[in-house]
Design a binder for this molecule. Structure first.
Ligand code: SAM
Length: 175
């Protein structure tokens, strides 16, 4: 199984709380093992950790990392880095080379991303060359590079399970 970690850059605690939380939840749902937050916002760590306790799995979040240190460490351990940017190579043209990679860090920005990230990345990849959202960019990328069906991921030790149905809502709670 491929190891995938997300590195979130440029999170501004005053305005990006909701979108960074959604990046984390999307990364978890689509098969990443964890997210590194290159800003100090313990409230994000708390809410993502609480959510993971209820919905299961081993997803982790690390607050206030140094982005350059993390990228360099990841690469020194044999990992590859994909920076998502609308200016990059379009995903359909990059997906085959990324699929062969066993350890992948996916970098997403919020405000302007330092140019050094473009230089350190093994791939600068656009999810279409139009501006949209880091949440969409993460979801589509994880879906396109997945080996198995990411929408069928199972999460260990979950307290909550949705029972899929045509209409209505059913959630089973294990105590
Ligand atoms: N204004 C910022 C800049 O010029 O770097 C980008 C803001 S954008 C809302 C935030 C993040 O979403 C980007 O850093 C990138 O990671 C991601 N993103 C947005 N559109 C994208 C696209 N078409 N392809 C890949 N990533 C995208």
């Amino acid at each position: 199984m491929k190891r995938i970690v997300i590195l979130r850059l440029g999170h501004r605690p005053q305005r990006d709380k909701r979108i960074t939380t959604h990046v984390a939840l999307t990364a978890r749902a689509f098969g990443a093992e964890g997210i590194l937050l290159a800003s100090n916002d313990p409230s994000i760590t708390r809410s993502v950790t609480q959510m993971c306790q209820r919905w299961g799995g081993e997803f982790y979040i690390r607050n206030d990392v140094k982005w350059k240190t993390e990228i360099k460490k990841w690469k020194s351990e044999g990992g590859k880095v994909c920076h998502l940017s609308m200016y990059g190579i379009n995903l359909p043209d990059a997906v085959a080379s990324m699929q062969g990679c066993e350890k992948l860090m996916i970098v997403v920005g919020a405000e302007k991303v330092p140019f050094e990230v473009y230089e350190l990345a093994d791939w600068n990849v656009a999810v279409g060359n139009q501006p949209h959202s880091e949440v969409a960019a993460v979801a589509v990328t994880l879906d396109r590079i997945a080996e198995d069906e990411p929408l069928k991921n199972e999460f260990k030790d979950a307290q909550l399970h949705v029972v899929p149905m045509d209409r209505g809502k059913k959630v089973i709670e294990n105590s």
